[in-house]
Design a protein around this ligand. Structure first.
Ligand SMILES: CC(C)(COP(=O)(O)OP(=O)(O)OC[C@H]1O[C@@H](n2cnc3c(N)ncnc32)[C@H](O)[C@@H]1OP(=O)(O)O)[C@@H](O)C(=O)NCCC(=O)NCCS
Length: 138
């Protein structure tokens, strides 16, 4: 059975990123990022971390979802949907009348459909330019 927690080690975090072909992050930056995140949800199977999703939120109207990944052998079983739903439920619980929150994310290539099912809209579209990003290196 898959369970969901809020803690992950630096090693597991990089292992999950590597499973998606993503760059390894310096341990100090992982710890700083986890400390600075509003929420991290980790899917566990037999004590092993098999998926994660992380929310960066400023407490106001700006939110960013990062590091959504499920190990290949656990994909297609609804784990990603539960991770995203828990993040979105948390944010929705923070809404008060008159509040709005814009939730940003960068879909990996070919994964747009996963987020569209949850209501996210692809950019660019009418009146909206493309999402943009830039990696800077030390
Ligand atoms: C994208 C990812 C997180 C989805 O997690 P998952 O646990 O496999 O997703 P779910 O089983 O909850 O699937 C939910 C829906 O998304 C769709 N979906 C899942 N994986 C998909 C994929 N690779 N491409 C397109 N759609 C996908 C499915 O159609 C599914 O809908 P259904 O239940 O109606 O069939 C997972 O495939 C993954 O970790 N991929 C590698 C890392 C990555 O690309 N992450 C996204 C970064 S932005």
């Amino acid at each position: 059975m898959i369970t969901y927690t809020n803690s992950i080690t630096v090693e597991e975090y990089n292992m999950l990123r590597a499973s998606a072909g993503w760059s390894v992050i310096h341990p100090e930056q992982i710890l700083a990022g986890l400390k600075g995140s509003a929420l991290i949800i980790v899917a566990k199977h037999n004590e092993r971390s098999v998926g994660m999703a992380r929310l960066v939120w400023d407490g106001g109207f700006a939110a960013l979802i990062k590091d959504v990944v499920v190990l290949p052998e656990y994909q297609g079983q609804g784990v990603g949907t539960i991770l995203m739903t828990q993040i979105m439920d948390y944010l929705k619980s923070k809404l008060k009348p008159g509040y709005i929150i814009q939730v940003d994310l960068m879909a990996a290539k070919g994964k747009e459909n996963f987020y569209e099912k949850m209501g996210f809209l692809i950019r660019p579209r009418e009146n909206r330019g493309a999402g943009m990003d830039l990696w800077i290196k030390g």
